[in-house]
Ligand binder design. Structure first.
Ligand code: AHM
Ligand code: MG
Length: 323
């Protein structure tokens, strides 16, 4: 059996990446090992179920949302290269008392609705440059995703995996029984074509016309305008749905819908859409709001801003844009 290199070995060999970014990545990765253990322990540790509180998103927090948020927050506060952090579970940014280095935004446990039924969930993170010589403010977090210094996610599924982009390319590690991240996927590339889409069909009546037309074309299969049969998958954990697309292609849509006009989409820009978009683009895919406009070019205006998301296999995302 060949020996796989671990995360520390990979980071040491990555000459192009900043040493401080590597520290942040190593810190997040270590926190994800802890998170994977608490997630895996489920009912044994009494960590399933609702916490009985509502977060800044007006969503009921699960106990694990709070536990995992605390794990990441504590880890990042202890990391010398981190000046500030923002989380899906925290109303406001937090600073660490340090200046310069990096800001980290994260969704500590994405796919919360799946926790209690033992379906894959994950942690998503984005690392941004912090301002030099002063304490960061909320405005410093509102950067276009194109400027991310690194991004990644951990998926807690049949295998626990860490997917990462530093300066170029996308790599993936698998967690072994000893708690080491081993490099199992040296270069992740999303096929340009696909016949598999992921969308919550129950929202169909709320979609805009181009998305309706696109999905309708897929549903018509071989006899329809696309001339081929499509398959559909929807885990309802963005990490799991995007991970499948990274591994075998596909398109993921959480599009604009008419339910809440002041919340254009469900997913959050700074700690869900931006990090996933950097990973998807670096793996050769496209990440847009509507099949055309790149998510990474959006100038954020609010910490918990929501955006429509259409990402995945490049030619398929372009089909949505053409509609
Ligand atoms: P969360 O961060 O509160 O878990 O919400 C985000 C999740 C995504 O992982 C997933 O793509 C989406 O919400 C599923 O939404 P729905 O329940 O509408 O299918
Ligand atoms: Mg989420």
């Amino acid at each position: 059996m060949t020996t796989l290199i671990d995360l520390a070995g990979y980071l040491a060999a990555e000459q192009a990446a900043d040493e401080a970014v590597k520290d942040v990545v190593a810190t997040v990765a270590a926190a994800c090992v802890q998170i994977s253990r608490v997630v895996a322990s489920g009912a044994i540790s009494g960590s399933l179920g609702a916490a009985g509180v509502v977060n800044v998103q007006d969503e009921e927090q699960k106990k694990l949302d709070i536990i995992t948020n605390d794990i990441l927050r504590d880890a990042l506060k202890g990391c010398a290269a981190v000046a500030g952090l923002a989380s899906e579970e925290l109303e406001e940014i937090e600073t660490t008392g340090r200046q310069g280095g990096f800001l980290v935004t994260f969704d500590p446990l994405d796919g919360s609705s799946n926790i209690d039924v033992n379906v894959s969930v994950g942690t998503i993170f984005s690392i941004l440059p912090a301002p030099a010589g002063r304490t960061p403010t909320e405005a410093d977090f509102l950067q276009p995703g194109r400027g991310q210094a690194a991004a990644g996610y951990a998926v807690y599924g049949p295998q626990t995996m860490l997917v990462l982009t530093l300066s170029t390319g996308v790599v993936a590690f698998t967690l072994d029984a000893s708690g080491a991240w081993l490099l199992t996927h040296g270069q992740v590339a999303i096929p340009a074509d696909t016949a598999e889409f992921a969308i919550n069909m129950s929202n169909q009546r709320h979609w805009a016309e181009p998305v309706r037309r696109y999905i309708d074309g897929c549903l018509q299969g071989k006899a329809g305008p696309r001339g081929k049969n499509f398959n559909m998958r929807w885990v309802a954990s963005m990490v799991a749905d995007v991970h499948r697309i990274l591994m075998r292609g596909g398109i993921f849509l959480y599009p604009w819908d008419s339910r809440e006009p002041d919340k254009p989409g469900k997913l959050r820009l700074l700690y869900e859409a931006n990090p996933m978009s950097l990973i998807v683009e670096r793996a050769g895919g496209k990440a847009t709001t509507d099949g055309q406009a790149a998510i990474l070019d959006i100038q954020a205006t609010k910490l918990h801003q929501r955006v429509p998301v259409v990402l995945g296999s490049a030619n398929e995302v372009a089909q949505v844009g053409a509609g």
